[in-house]
Design a protein around this ligand. Structure first.
Ligand code: COA
Length: 385
């Protein structure tokens, strides 16, 4: 029997050529391109195509894909009406999971996925990929209006992905600098090897379920606070800390109570997450441009310093979620939409893994170490003590 490793730590779950992490050096690359270079040079649309196809697209291929995504932004009125029936106080990640799963009822066709080595209908795979990527951002932005009792803003096809999300969220022309930052955030969150939600993608995809079920499973997995939900928790925690001068006492108390510090630590990274460095520098730039002091950002930096001292020896440093919430808040995005934005972006990586899994599929069926009893005799209920 092979050794049981809790959380499958260090156990390869698949072979993949989509992204790679060097956790000791703090390096992340998509298809061999460093995250720093993509953050600087690429856009969410281009990065998505890179993740899906494996190559940087030509100008013509990018324009074609971009047009397809723009033309698929609208959702059917039934989805909008379904969203209107959901409780306004419910978490937007549950709304997103529901809406995406429901889309599958409108776009059937997964019977073309045969489970053979090569996915037989690349058109289906491509069309569903475009539909999901295009609609994720729309649905998240729509929710902000629906939950406040208004009709959603209609998406526009003359805007980039990031611009359209901001336009739909606030209902007016987006600020170009905020659109640039959001685009960069979408690039940074688009893919991250076999994390919990991507593993959920592989497992669901391996049964030949529809891509809507695949992405709904991934959204549910991302929502947890140990995964994508941490960005919301970080902001909650920083508000509790209150000011930089409280950081040491707050962290020490949490650690003494054996509570995790949100936004810190990672299974793969033993140093600061490269995405956290980029996000921190973006908050810095935005705050400086506005000529303000952002108390939450000051508190975050103080918390990072204390954590470096208390947890650095364990290899626990800021992960992607530590500064993303502070940045989104500064951009005016509602706190409970942070994880949704993570999902909007990660849909690109999830769908690349869906496609990769279909290309060489075998159903996931791990084993277990049984720790229960055996040969027990059934006792009728009236004889049980
Ligand atoms: N706060 C305090 N201690 C932490 C920590 C954190 N955020 N993350 C890890 N550690 C400590 C663990 O307690 C453990 O200490 P020990 O060796 O004394 O028992 C050690 O560091 C190793 O951590 P481990 O629990 O093995 O890490 P993991 O790989 O199982 O878990 C996370 C990884 C991400 C779930 C974990 O770091 C965490 O809970 N982080 C906070 C949630 C978060 O930000 N999630 C977003 C991830 S992108």
């Amino acid at each position: 029997m092979s050794e049981y490793l809790p959380g499958l730590a260090g156990v390869p779950a698949t072979k993949s050529n989509i992204s790679d992490i060097d956790g000791e050096k703090g390096i992340l690359a998509y298809r061999g391109y460093s995250i720093e270079e993509l953050a600087l040079e690429s856009t969410f649309e281009e990065t998505t195509l890179l993740l899906l196809d494996g190559e940087l697209p030509t100008a013509a291929a990018l324009a074609e894909f971009d047009q397809e995504v723009r033309h698929n932004r609208k959702v059917k009125y039934q989805i909008r009406d379904l969203m209107k029936t959901l409780p306004a106080r419910g978490h937007p990640m549950e709304m997103l999971q529901t809406a995406i799963a429901s889309l599958g009822m409108f776009y059937p066709g997964n019977e073309c996925l045969t489970g053979s080595d090569i996915c037989e209908d690349l058109n289906y795979v491509h069309n569903m990929t475009v539909k999901i990527i295009a609609r994720m951002g729309t649905i998240v932005a729509m929710w902000e209006h629906i939950r406040n009792g208004y009709d959603p803003v209609t998406p526009r096809d003359d805007l980039t992905y990031a611009e359209n999300y901001l336009y739909m969220l606030i209902g007016r022309e987006p600020d170009p600098e905020l659109a640039r930052i959001l685009d960069l955030c979408l690039v940074l969150h688009a893919e991250h090897t076999i994390n919990a939600s991507t593993f959920a993608v592989l497992v669901t995809a391996s049964t030949l379920s529809s891509p809507y079920s695949v992405i709904a499973a991934a959204i549910g997995t991302l929502a947890g606070p140990l995964h994508g939900g941490a960005n919301e928790k970080v902001v909650e925690m920083l508000r509790e800390v209150g000011s930089p001068s409280n950081a040491a006492a707050y962290i020490d108390k949490r650690l003494a109570n054996k509570e995790v510090i949100w936004g810190m630590g990672h299974r793969e990274y033993k140093t600061k997450d490269p995405r956290a460095k980029i996000l921190e520098s973006e908050v810095n730039k935005l705050v400086e441009t506005r000529g303000e002091v952002n108390p939450l950002f000051e508190t975050a930096k103080a918390v990072e310093k204390v954590c470096e001292d208390r947890l650095g020896a364990k290899g626990v440093y800021p992960n992607v979620d530590f500064y993303s919430g502070v940045l989104y808040l500064e951009m005016g995005i509602p706190v409970d939409q942070f994880t949704c934005l993570f999902a909007v972006s990660r849909a690109a990586g999830w769908l690349a893994h869906w496609r990769e899994q279909l290309g060489d599929n075998r159903i996931f069926r791990p084993t277990q170490v049984y720790t229960g009893g055996s040969n027990r005799k059934y006792v009728p209920i009236e004889q049980r003590g």
